[in-house]
Design a binder for this molecule. Structure first.
Ligand code: G6P
Length: 502
């Protein structure tokens, strides 16, 4: 499976992501091997890598372990090591205890610790150096996500010859929230090292542009940012007397024209990500998977309405809001157990982070309370599963579910919503979708809801359960047109084609 690599050539295309494109698995003979990650990003980029001699730089998931580069299914993998302390400070700490909650509308409180940021800077430098080492002359390097926001500028400093893209998979917060970050200037300058900075939604791209304008005073026009090559210091732009409007305190003045001095151009715009639609469609048509969906419904006691939630167990996903709405519908007698069932898949995530541990306790308490009150010997109110499943089982669940509940309080995109739609080839099924997901910008024919409004969510769930089949089909057909015509390959191509023109 795994083969050692000879002296690495310079690769034309390099992806840099916190996670490597493979997961370690235990094989049937007890030894360990690697399996390609099932996620959309890897699926989209693997063929591009294979076609263009590409390399993937990322952490392999285990602390305190240094691995030599190896090849897997045509991909050249370059593992970046992290110590246990760095896992705590860079990954669980700054990435998932500071940036994740801050970028998701402070649904949970972000913690700010200087030693977390120091670790983030150090680890970002390590990723940048790893990328600089494997990239060939004039290569394209595509940096992924919020864990690596300093990498673009660090890489540019090391390798001014390479073309750099960055894609943020999560939201970019409004400037007023972003302003809380003590290292806001470092993050903006890090990102602006890229030639192209991609976001999920138009509003994320706009938030970023506004932060750049307010904080750094760069001139921006038609998504192009004129990055002045001499910039204000971290603590105060006023101290250097650079671009400062005295009437607005430390906030730099908004320039009305590119101004004097040397600058380079970075472009910031939206490229909404999607899924491997063909794969989901293909699985949804497979006999054994259709049979498995039938089996799932039977195991649940063949209820009239199966509601489904599929999420990483994360406080951004609005799982509690969904359960509250469902519980009230059972209390009101609008739904009854046996006639309705909620299947909630909550895959384990970031279990070393305290807010995730707390959330798990809260969810499991709520599930226990609701089931304790409403279950009968024969039927359960909520079938709660704290596991992750292979894609085949996920597609069977999509086929088994009459109503998909996506109630995130904030979500960069939400690919589950798109996968559900892709799986419903016969035009049945209803998607209840939070307007706070990136997906809501494209999936306009879903039943769009504000998950904070429990009454609205309840009304949408009732409507979904009793929807007129023609209305459901009309909506699902229109949703499917969107998802089928915008798969993840097109996303990757759109981004890389744009980058190539810059
Ligand atoms: C989100 C992020 C990804 C991350 C994934 C899983 O989708 O955008 O960067 O990889 O969650 O989280 P984890 O912390 O397990 O990598």
């Amino acid at each position: 499976q795994q083969q050692e690599q000879q002296a690495p050539p310079g690769y034309d295309f390099v992806v840099v992501a916190n996670r490597l494109a493979v997961n370690r698995v235990t094989l049937s003979d007890g030894s360990t091997g690697w399996q390609r990650s099932p996620g959309g990003l890897v699926t989209a980029l693997a063929p591009i890598m294979a076609a263009s001699e590409g390399a993937w730089v990322g952490w392999h998931g285990a602390p305190d372990e240094t691995l030599t580069p190896f090849d897997h299914e045509g991909m050249h993998l370059h593992p970046v090591p992290l110590s246990s302390e760095e896992v705590e400070d860079y990954y669980e700490g700054f990435s998932n205890g500071t940036l994740w909650p801050l970028y998701h509308d402070v649904i949970a409180r972000p913690d700010f610790h200087r030693h977390w940021f120091e670790a983030y800077r150090r680890v970002n430098q390590r990723f940048a150096e790893a990328a600089a080492k494997v990239a060939g002359q004039g290569a394209t390097v595509w940096v992924q996500d919020y864990q690596l926001q300093l990498v673009p500028q660090m890489l540019r400093d090391l390798r001014p010859d390479v073309k750099i893209g960055f894609f943020n998979h999560i939201p970019f917060p409004p400037p007023g929230l972003f302003a809380q970050l003590p290292w806001r200037h470092s993050v903006l300058r890090g990102l602006l090292g890229a030639d192209l900075i991609g976001f999920q939604r138009e509003s994320d791209a706009r938030n970023f542009q506004r932060a750049v304008r307010y904080r750094l005073g760069h001139y921006i026009r038609s998504d192009k940012i004129y990055v002045l090559l001499e910039e204000p210091s971290e603590t105060s732009s006023q101290m250097k007397g650079f671009n400062v409007d005295p009437s607005r305190g430390t906030a730099p003045r908004q320039l009305s024209a590119p101004g004097e001095g040397t600058y380079r151009i970075a472009e910031a715009k939206a490229f909404p990500i999607s899924i491997d639609t063909d794969k989901i469609v293909e699985l949804a048509a497979r006999e054994d998977i259709i049979e498995r969906a039938r089996q799932i419904r039977e195991d649940l006691g063949n209820p009239e309405t199966v509601f489904l939630g599929v999420d990483r167990l994360d406080y951004t996903k609005g799982i509690r809001h969904r359960m509250k709405a469902y519980e009230e519908l059972l209390q009101d007698g609008e739904l009854t157990v046996g006639q309705a069932c909620l299947v909630q898949i909550a895959s384990p995530s970031r279990e070393g982070v305290e807010s995730y541990q707390q959330l798990r306790d809260e969810i499991e308490l709520a599930v226990g309370r609701i089931n304790g009150e409403f279950d009968s010997m024969a039927h359960t109110a909520i079938r709660y599963l704290h596991h992750s499943y292979p894609v085949e089982e996920m597609v069977a669940l999509y086929l088994a579910a009459d109503v998909m509940l996506v109630t995130a309080l904030r979500d960069g995109m939400n690919l589950v919503a798109k996968e559900y739609v892709a799986a419903r080839a016969d035009g049945t099924g209803v998607l209840v979708l939070s307007e706070f997901t990136g997906a809501a910008d494209q999936l306009r024919q879903a039943l769009l809801i504000n998950p904070h409004d429990i009454d609205e969510l309840k009304a949408a769930m009732v409507k979904a359960a009793h929807i007129d089949p023609q209305d459901a089909t009309r909506r699902m057909r229109s949703l499917r047109r969107q998802v089928v015509s915008h798969n993840v390959n097109r996303w990757a191509r759109d981004f890389l084609d744009r980058l190539a023109t810059l």
